[in-house]
Design a protein. Structure first.
Lengths: 437, 437, 437
C-alpha cells in the first residue's frame, strides 16, 4: 500500500543500501570541474541521465531571462601557479577548487604584490582550499591553503589560466515524471558547484535516486526534477516555464543533504503552505531537526518564492549554508558526506512526499456516535487500543469533510502514515469516503 | 443575587456539608451490583429519583440505536468459585467485582488449566480485585486478588454463575429542570459500573445534588441531567433525542469527581466552545488544575462530540481514567473518594454554571470618557481601587456591545463572579444595558 | 533623508544636548504651583508657548463636558500650619506639595486630634512629603514628612489656607502642527501636577522639544500636541473636539519620561493599532524595555480609549505610575529625572514617529526572480551582504503590495529605519513603487 517508504524504494530499485548508492554517485561526480556553465555541468547531467529520463536544455549566452542575461559559457583546460623557484603552488589537476570559477584567460609573470589580490585562503582553516567564483565580475584568481599562501616569498610568479569565456550556452536538465494528475511537485537541486560534496552533489544524488523510484511507481502528482545552476539556472528555467508554473502545487529545493547535522526545513515564503506543514509534521516524528522561517537568502527558493511567483517551495537540507565550517571549502569532500546521512535524508524526504501524495479529506459515513468497530473486524490483527485503533478513532472523530488527514495527524500527534493507513482501512469497510472524489 | 454559589446551595437544600451528603449517597449506592443493563441500574435510578424528579426510560433489547443494537439484559443472582478443597475463592456476595460483567450462565467443574483463562488479577496490586466486563463478547470469568490467583493449586475447581442474559431492556434516567429558556445544558454521568466509587458514583452524586439545587432555583437554561450506562446508554439517548439536540447549548460529562487529585477539564471537540472557555476561566481562579484538549477516548463525550452531532460537551473530572492506580479496581472504594474532594468538585462545577448562566454582552451607556462614578455612589461600601471598582472600570471600558462578561473576565484576569457583580451594579445605576435583551 | 532622528532635531533646533534642554525647562517649571485649574497651569502654558505655537483654551467652571462638569477654579496664595509653640510646620513657600490640592479656604485653631485627619505623610519614606489632591470632595489638608508628623505634641495648632475656589475656568493648551495630510497624530501630556518632575514635567518637556522640531520640518501627519489637566482636561478636550476625532490616526500619552527605569509602552485598548506595533518594534531595537497590554487605569489613555471613542492611543513612559517609590512625593524632584533619561525617551519617541511617518506599502517592480542588483549600483558604497543589502533583499521579497514596511521590519527583524532606507534606494532605482500614491 505505501509506495513512499524506503523499503518500497529498495525493493523497487533492487539496491540494498540507498545511502551507499547515493554516495557512489557522488564519488563519480566529484572530480568533474563544474561551474555555472560549461562542459562540467553537461557531463554531470549526462551521468545523472544514465538512469533517469533527463531532458537537457541549452540556453544561449546573451539570452534575456527575467531581469538577467545568460552569461558567456566558461570552460577551463589548464590552470596553474608557479613560484619564483618554478615549483607548482596550485594546479587545476590537483583540485578544481584551486582556480576561481569564471577566471578569465591569463598568462602572466607577476611580483608577489601584484599576485596577492588574486589569491584566496581560509586563515582559520590553514589546510583547506576555499571555493570562489566570479561570474558577473571579470577577474581571475587562485584559491590556496592558507599555509601555502603564508609561505610565499618575494620573487616572480608565473600564472597560467587556459580558460575560455565565450558565447555558448547554459545547460540544465529536467526530468518530468507524470502522475495521475497534471498538478506538479517541483524538486530542484543546483548543479553548478565543482568538487563540493555536500554542496551540492548530495542534493543531486538524492533527486537522482528519488527520481529513479518515482519513474517506476504510480503516483498522484507529476514530479518535475530540476538540475540547474544556482540563481541564473533557476531564473532561466522560470523565464522559460512561466506559463506552466500554475501547475506547481508543492516544491522543495534539495541541498546540503549529506552532512552529519540534523535535518533542517526552511519554510516557503508563504509559511503555511501544505509543503511547510507536511515537512514540519514529518520531521516532528523523524527525530531531532530544525524548522526555519523563510528568509530571502539561501538557494533557489529565493527565485521560486520571489513575489511575482510566490511558489510554495521550501528548502530541505541538513546544516544550512555557511553554518558548517567545511562550507565552500575542500573539506566538503567525500568523507564529509556519509551514506548514513544521505539515507536519513532520503527517508525523511520520502515521508514528506508520502504526506503530499495521500493528503486529502474524508467524510465519516457513520458520523452519529461511534460506529461499532468490533463487529466489523476493521482492526484485523491490530490490537484494540493500539496505535492503529487510536488512529482510526481519531480519523472517525475528525472526518467531517473539513479536516484532512494531515489536520488529523497534527491534532492527534500520530504519524501521518498511521493516520493514512487507518483511513484506508476504514474506507475499505465503508466507514469513510473521500471528499471530492 | 448569586444563585450558583455553594452557599446558596447549602441554604437552599438545608444541608450543612454538601461533600458529606454526596458521600452518604455514594455509600448507599456502593453495594448495588450494576452493569450496562439490569436491575442494579434500575435500583440506582430509583434511589436517585427519591429527591430528584427523574423519568426512567426502558429501551428493549434488540432495538437499533445509531450504529449499535441494545444488548440483552444481564442480571446475576449468584456467582462463586470453589477450590479443589471446596473452599470459596470468590463470591459475588463478597464483592460485585468478583464476577466479570455480562458473564454467561455457567455451572462447571474444571481443571486449573481450563479455569485459568477465565481468571483476572492485577499483579502490580496483589490485594486488589480488578473490574472487568464483557458485554459484546460471550464469555464468563472471575476477578481475584493476584495473591489468591497465585496460591491456586492443581485440582478440580467448581464454578457457578447463576446469571441471565435475555431479552429485557436498557434503563436510563433523565431529569429535565426547565429554565427561562428552552436552550439546554446537558449534564451526564454514567451509571453502569458496579462497586466503584470514583468511577462513577462520584459523578452520580454530584449531578444528584446539583439537580436538587437546580430544581429549586430560577435559572436561565433548561438543565437536562442524564444518568445512563456508558457508550450504549449515551448512544441510545442520542438516537431517541436526535431531533431535540439542537437545543443543547452547553454540556458536561461529569465523572471521577471524588478522588484526591486536582480537577481536570477536557475540552469539547470544538475546543473553543463557551463551555470550554467557561471551565478554563473558572479553573484558573479555582486553584491547581489541568486542561486537556479533546481526544476521542474517555467517557460519553466520545458520543456527544462525534462528528455527526459535535455537541459542545466537555468532560469535568479530577484524575482522568487510567491515570490513578485505583482505577477499575476494588481500591476505588469508599475511602478513595472523599467528602472534601466531592465538595471541591461541586464548588467548581457551580462556578462553571454561574458563568454559563450570566454570560452576556452589555453596552456602556456613558461610553464617551469615563463616567463619573463618584457622584453616583455605584460602589456603595466597596473601596475605591478595590477589586469591585477595578471590575467596574474594566466592564465600562470593554462593554462596547461586542465583548461579553467572560471576554472581560479573561482580559482583566478578574474572576467572572466579580465581573458579573460589577455589571449588575452598573446596570442598576443605568450605566450599562444588556445587548439583545 | 531621515527627519525623525535625534541628529536632525539637534541640527534643526541648534541645541547641543536635547536632554539638558528638557531638564532646563523642567527646572523652570518646577517651582510653579499647579493644580487641575488655576494660574499655575496658565503660567506653565505661557512658558511652553514661548517656543511652541500654543493656543490656550479656557473653559468656564460649570460647563458640562461628557459625563462631567468643569470644577470651580482653585488658586492658593498662602498656606501654612503652625505648632503650639508658634513654629511653622509646613508652608506653601517651602514646597507646593505641603498643601492638599483644592483645599478650601481655612483659618482655624485646632487640637491635635482635630487636626490629625487633615494631615498626610508617607511612613515608609519619613523624609518625603507626599502629594495629595481633593478636587471632587470638599476638604483641606497638609502633607508633611512623616518624621514631622510623628513629632507633633498635644496643643493648639494654627491653620491658614488662603485659597479661592470660585467660578473661573479650566485651561489647556494645544499646538497644531500641520502636515501634508489632515490625518492627525495626537500627543498628550498632563499639566496639572505641582512640583513633581517625572509626573509630569518630563512629559511636558518632551512634547515641548518634539513640537519645536515638528514645527520646523516637513511631515506627513498633522501633529496635535495637547497640554491639559489629567482626566477632566482630557474629557473637556474630547467634549469640545468630538467632531474632529475621526482625523486621529495615532496617538500617545507621554508621561513619566525622565526616571532612570527602562521605557515602558502600554498598548491602546485596540491592542493591535499601528501605534502599538510601531512602539513595540522600535523598543525591540532600542534596548531593555517593557510592553504592557491596555488596562483602563493610568493617565488620559483611559479617556481617549474609552469605548465611545476607542482612539488608537497608547501610553509612552518609563516606569509606570505607582511602581517607583518616588511616585507622588517630594522625591520626584530635579535629581530624580535626568537629562540622559529624557534624551533616551526622546530618541525612542522620534523613532516611533519615524515609523508612523514612513510606514507604507510598496510594490516590487521586478517581482519575478530577484532583480540583478549588481549591475544597477543600488547599494552604492554599502557592502554586499551587509545590513542595507539584507534590508533591500527583504523589501524586494515581501513588497507584493500587501506587506508594509513595518510588516517587513517585523518579519526580517531589521530596524524600520534600515528597511525604510532600503525602500527609498530601491524606489530611486525604479525597483519599487509605493502602493496607492
Amino acid at each position: 500500500m505505501r509506495r513512499f517508504g524506503v523499503e518500497q524504494l529498495v525493493a523497487n530499485l533492487g539496491i540494498e543500501h540507498p545511502g551507499r548508492a547515493m554516495h557512489a554517485l557522488i564519488r563519480e561526480l566529484y572530480p568533474i570541474c563544474r561551474s555555472v556553465t560549461g562542459d562540467g555541468v553537461r557531463e554531470t547531467l549526462r551521468i545523472v541521465s544514465r538512469e533517469l529520463p533527463l531532458s537537457v536544455h541549452e540556453v544561449p549566452s546573451g539570452t534575456r531571462v527575467l531581469d538577467w542575461v545568460v552569461p558567456p559559457e566558461w570552460n577551463v583546460r589548464e590552470a596553474w601557479l608557479r613560484g619564483p623557484d618554478g615549483k607548482l603552488l596550485a594546479d587545476l589537476r590537483w583540485s578544481n577548487l584551486h582556480v576561481v570559477g569564471y577566471s578569465v584567460p591569463t598568462r602572466a609573470k607577476l611580483s608577489l604584490a601584484e599576485l596577492r589580490p588574486h589569491l584566496h585562503s581560509l586563515p582559520e582553516h590553514p589546510d583547506w582550499i576555499p571555493y570562489k567564483s566570479s561570474v558577473y565580475r571579470e577577474d581571475w584568481g587562485f584559491c590556496l591553503p592558507h599555509r601555502t599562501l603564508e609561505s610565499l616569498v618575494e620573487g616572480e610568479y608565473e600564472v597560467r589560466i587556459d580558460s575560455s569565456l565565450a558565447n555558448g550556452s547554459l545547460s540544465y536538465g529536467e526530468a518530468l515524471l507524470p502522475g495521475a494528475s497534471d498538478e506538479e511537485v517541483l524538486l530542484s537541486s543546483h548543479v553548478c558547484h565543482p568538487s563540493l560534496c555536500n554542496d551540492n552533489l548530495s542534493g543531486i544524488s538524492l533527486l537522482w535516486l528519488l527520481g529513479r523510484h518515482l519513474a517506476r511507481v504510480e503516483h498522484r502528482y507529476t514530479y518535475r526534477l530540476l538540475f540547474a545552476p544556482v540563481t541564473i539556472g533557476a531564473i532561466t528555467w522560470l523565464a522559460h516555464n512561466e506559463k506552466d508554473l500554475a501547475n506547481i502545487r508543492h516544491g522543495l529545493v534539495v541541498t546540503l543533504a549529506g552532512d552529519p547535522g540534523p535535518i533542517t526545513y526552511k519554510r516557503s515564503r508563504r509559511g503555511d503552505a501544505a509543503i511547510d506543514r507536511a515537512a514540519a509534521h514529518v520531521l516532528a516524528h523523524h527525530g531531532p531537526h530544525a524548522l526555519r522561517d523563510f528568509d530571502p537568502f539561501g538557494y533557489d527558493e529565493r527565485q521560486f518564492c520571489s513575489p511575482g511567483f510566490d511558489l510554495p517551495v521550501g528548502c530541505f537540507m541538513r546544516t544550512p549554508h555557511g553554518e558548517f565550517p567545511e562550507y565552500h571549502s575542500s573539506a566538503d569532500d567525500l568523507e564529509f558526506v556519509t551514506a548514513d546521512a544521505l539515507g536519513d535524508s532520503l527517508v525523511a524526504l520520502l515521508a514528506v512526499l508520502d504526506v503530499l501524495e495521500h493528503e486529502r479529506r474524508y467524510r465519516n459515513l457513520a458520523p452519529k456516535g461511534e460506529p461499532q468497530l468490533g463487529r466489523r473486524g476493521v482492526l484485523g490483527d491490530a490490537p484494540w487500543g493500539g496505535e492503529l485503533h487510536r488512529a482510526m478513532t481519531w480519523v472517525l472523530s475528525l472526518s467531517d469533510g473539513r479536516a484532512s488527514l494531515l489536520d488529523i495527524a497534527e491534532r492527534s500527534r500520530l504519524p501521518f502514515a498511521m493516520v493514512h493507513e487507518a483511513a484506508s482501512r476504514l474506507s475499505s469497510h465503508d466507514l469513510l469516503r473521500p471528499v471530492d472524489g
